[in-house]
Design a protein around this ligand. Structure first.
Ligand code: G1P
Length: 292
């Protein structure tokens, strides 16, 4: 059975929901406390056994490249000041094998994936959207690891899914489920992108974690361009019609850090988990609770 060894992180969005910070700072560099979201995603990959990563960036995203490159002046200073813990923190991002590819035209998720094709070379790949974090707690399997295991045992592409309700249904790709096994793996009938509530097939939303068979690249090249975008979901729907894609639940907590409130929530909850910040954060929350 084919092994998954590579990952694509599409991170070329303009980040308009986060203006003005995204005028000069690429969205993947927005941090949850002190770490850029793109680094959290690399950590999810590393803990799932994948270090070979392609990040699809927009033109002028040198800051992201710098984050994954040596910083000799800083490193030497930390060493001479004997700040070995901070030195380790600064060196952390050098352990990933990261390649960068520039998406010149903003032509959708499928366009971004196609930019990474030369690195994928027909092999299966993990796909992790740059503005979603999935926190795996004690004993939780990282989301992308679960999908990799499903792909490697079935040979079928697989998408992570969660239940959403009300207006949220129209914010996501939507999956019509055929049936579900006891361990949370589902066969799929159809997939539609961001349907109205009336058109929704179910309450199962696509979240930004996928493992795809390499042949999807050829499918993407045949898709019709609509509104200047190539819709990845069109390829997913064709795979669904052919019985070649599964959906799966996952452990952990998903944060939409591309959404302002999701971003606030992530910062607060990560602060509550941090040894350094949790006591002060709890105090702050109690104080605020008295006031509101
Ligand atoms: C993309 C996908 C959508 C998926 C969503 C998850 O949409 O097209 O199917 O549900 O990510 O966040 P976007 O949020 O980029 O518009």
């Amino acid at each position: 059975m084919k092994k998954v060894t590579k990952a694509i992180i599409p991170a070329a969005g303009l980040g308009t929901r986060f203006l003005p910070i995204t005028k000069a700072v690429p969205k993947p560099m927005l941090s949850v406390i002190d770490k850029p979201t793109i680094q959290f995603i690399c950590e999810e990959l590393a803990s799932s056994g994948i270090a070979d990563i392609v990040i699809v960036v927009s033109p002028g995203s040198e800051v992201i490249k710098n984050h994954f490159s040596p910083a000799p002046e800083l490193e030497n200073r930390l060493l001479s000041d004997k700040k070995s813990k901070l030195y380790d923190v600064a060196m952390e991002t050098l352990k990933y094998n990261v390649n960068f590819v520039v998406q010149e035209t903003a032509n959708g998720l499928a366009g971004a994936i196609l930019c990474a094709e030369p690195y994928i070379n027909g092999e299966p790949f993990a796909l992790l959207l740059g503005d979603e974090l999935i926190y795996a707690g004690e004993g939780d399997k990282p989301c992308i690891k679960r999908l990799i295991e499903i792909y490697e045992s079935t040979g079928k592409s697989v998408i992570a899914t969660m239940e959403v309700f009300g207006d949220d249904v129209s914010k996501y790709g939507n999956i019509g489920i055929k049936d579900e096994t006891e361990d949370g793996v589902m066969t799929i009938e159809r997939i539609v992108e961001k349907p109205s509530i009336n058109e929704a097939l179910s309450n199962n939303a696509i979240i930004g974690r996928y493992v795809m068979d390499g042949k999807v690249m050829d499918m993407l090249k045949t898709l019709t361009v609509r509104n200047n975008e190539i819709y990845f979901t069109d390829a997913l729907d064709t795979l669904a019609a052919n019985g070649e894609i599964l959906a799966s639940n996952f452990d952990g907590i998903r944060y939409d850090v591309g959404d302002k409130f999701g971003y606030v929530k992530a910062n607060l909850e990560y602060a509550l988990r941090s040894e350094e910040l949790k006591d002060q954060t709890k105090e702050l929350i109690k104080e605020l609770y008295e006031k509101i």
